[in-house]
Design a protein around this ligand. Structure first.
Ligand SMILES: *[C@@H]1O[C@H](CO)[C@@H](O)[C@H](O)[C@H]1NC(C)=O
Ligand SMILES: *[C@@H]1O[C@H](CO)[C@@H](O)[C@H](O)[C@H]1NC(C)=O
Ligand SMILES: *[C@@H]1O[C@H](CO)[C@@H](O)[C@H](O)[C@H]1NC(C)=O
Ligand SMILES: *[C@@H]1O[C@H](CO)[C@@H](O)[C@H](O)[C@H]1NC(C)=O
Ligand SMILES: *[C@@H]1O[C@H](CO)[C@@H](O)[C@H](O)[C@H]1NC(C)=O
Ligand SMILES: *[C@@H]1O[C@H](CO)[C@@H](O)[C@H](O)[C@H]1NC(C)=O
Length: 236
């Protein structure tokens, strides 16, 4: 365990200098100037013209189960830790973070948690976890639905409405087939957001043919949350 920790730090160490010294904020920074950019040659993602309420860097896994009829994997969930990335907005590190963190995440040992990874990378001086992303039974239909849950983290902890469950309304495949699609998602339950975008995805795609019943594939992505009714009381 000690040896693997040392090796992990060696693996991660080479990425630490990719980030400038963090600005000294303890919580979510002002995003009033932030605007989501989407490719102009498509109609799947329509970016709001106004600022988001939150921007998170998701670090986690996409889960797949094998469809034995087709020998292809089917998505059946995901788990990710959502880190506040608002304090990097407007810096080069904001744009590079999903890829830099993905490279470290995909190289890290399986026992390394997203928190350990982010802390070791020095991405933020006080990495702030906004919440968690996972799947729950669809509240209005069948199957599973994605949920973003800020009810037990940070400034929104204890607010039972600080979550959103969504339904996909736009899907733009990444230009790199290793990366999961960019998505536009509408909120169907919860007050955290009325609209969510998953962009800047890195990794997360399964192999084209099943080898095991269930697999998890590491990924990172930016999540943008719009029109939140849940305020971050520490917003400055
Ligand atoms: C759309 O633009 C992206 C870059 O923003 C490019 O990678 C992609 O090939 C373009 N697609 C089409 C169909 O022109
Ligand atoms: C599994 O694969 C079969 C055969 O290609 C297909 O008909 C079926 O819809 C797939 N099931 C799911 C849940 O995607
Ligand atoms: C997905 O995989 C993670 C482990 O990465 C696990 O904790 C989670 O329960 C799995 N299931 C679903 C439905 O996401
Ligand atoms: C495609 O994405 C993967 C995972 O994010 C990355 O390792 C690879 O370098 C990318 N390929 C290109 C051509 O950018
Ligand atoms: C794979 O995941 C599915 C869905 O969660 C579960 O029902 C099944 O028991 C799992 N199979 C194995 C071999 O773990
Ligand atoms: C979302 O917020 C923007 C800016 O605060 C506002 O102009 C817009 O009407 C809101 N939209 C919805 C659907 O609430």
């Amino acid at each position: 365990m000690l040896m693997s920790s040392i090796l992990t730090l060696v693996v991660l160490g080479s990425y630490a200098n990719a980030f400038p010294m963090g600005r000294q904020f303890s919580a979510c920074c002002d995003l009033s100037n932030a605007r989501l950019q989407v490719p102009s040659n498509q109609t799947q993602l329509v970016a709001p013209t106004y600022a988001p309420s939150y921007i998170a860097l998701g670090v986690g896994t996409q889960n797949y189960t094998c469809n034995t009829s087709s020998s292809a994997y089917i998505l059946y969930g995901a788990v990710a830790e959502l880190f506040d990335t608002s304090c990097l907005y407007g810096t080069p590190a904001f744009d590079s973070a999903p890829t830099v963190v993905y490279d470290a995440w995909s190289a890290a040992y399986d026992l390394v948690t997203p928190q350990e990874l982010i802390t070791t990378l020095g991405l933020l001086p006080n990495p702030t976890v906004l919440g968690q992303h996972y799947y729950v039974p669809n509240p209005v239909g069948t199957g599973l639905s994605p949920k973003w849950d800020f009810t037990s983290s940070g400034a929104t902890a204890g607010n039972p409405n600080a979550y959103v469950i969504g339904v996909k309304v736009g899907d733009l495949p990444s230009s790199n087939s290793s990366n999961i699609d960019n998505l536009m998602i509408n909120g169907i339950e919860g007050e955290l957001a009325t609209e969510i975008f998953r962009v800047e995805s890195n990794g997360g795609q399964p192999p084209s043919q099943c080898s095991d019943a269930n697999i998890t594939v590491k990924y990172t992505a930016q999540y943008w949350f719009f029109n939140s009714s849940v305020s971050n009381v520490d917003l400055i």
